[in-house]
Unconditional design. Structure first.
Length: 174
């Protein structure tokens, strides 16, 4: 039995909705992931599509199971993806989430690439675009996301993250 379900979302298509209250920092769902490789490509006949994938460290691609593939973006995300000890990933809360609320993630976290697309999250602080580059986000958004970045992202972008930390320290007067 899962504590979330996929159902129609005002953000986009299907969304992931809480069936019970979740506390801040709680694991919502352990993601079911299948690595996509040349030997194990996406299987269209099974409904696998690129939009159901996550693109991770070292160019690794994983196909997401259901219902976690329906985690929509929000500029005011209430959840995030974190690494699990021993491998894999889970969806965890950034703040308390009430039963019936859509669970969302900021797609710009742990991302460093090119491109963007229009955002339809509808949040009060919607940025209008979903950037595929953490470092293109406003500095105050980067600051909120820093403690939640995955270890592989921190390792791969150490110098850039140090630069962000220096800019934040200057703003704080340090």
């Amino acid at each position: 039995m899962t504590d979330v379900e996929a159902r129609p979302s005002s953000i986009a298509g299907l969304g992931l909705f809480a069936l019970r209250d979740f506390a801040e920092g709680e694991t919502i769902l352990v993601r079911h992931e299948r690595e996509v490789t040349a030997q194990a490509p996406l299987r269209a006949e099974r409904g696998e599509r690129p939009q159901h994938c996550d693109y991770l460290e070292g160019g690794r691609t994983v196909h997401l199971g259901s219902p976690e593939r329906h985690l929509n973006h929000s500029c005011e995300a209430n959840a995030y993806i974190r690494e699990r000890p021993g491998g894999g990933h889970e969806i965890a809360t950034r703040r308390a989430i009430a039963a019936g609320e859509e669970v969302t993630n900021d797609y710009s976290m742990n991302s460093h690439g090119e491109g963007s697309w229009p955002c339809g999250c509808g949040s009060a602080s919607c940025r209008g675009e979903i950037e595929l580059d953490f470092f293109a986000l406003p500095l105050e958004v980067q600051q909120r996301h820093l403690p939640l970045l995955m270890g592989w992202f921190e390792q791969a972008h150490k110098a850039e993250l140090e630069s962000v930390q220096r800019r934040l320290a200057r703003l704080d007067g340090g």
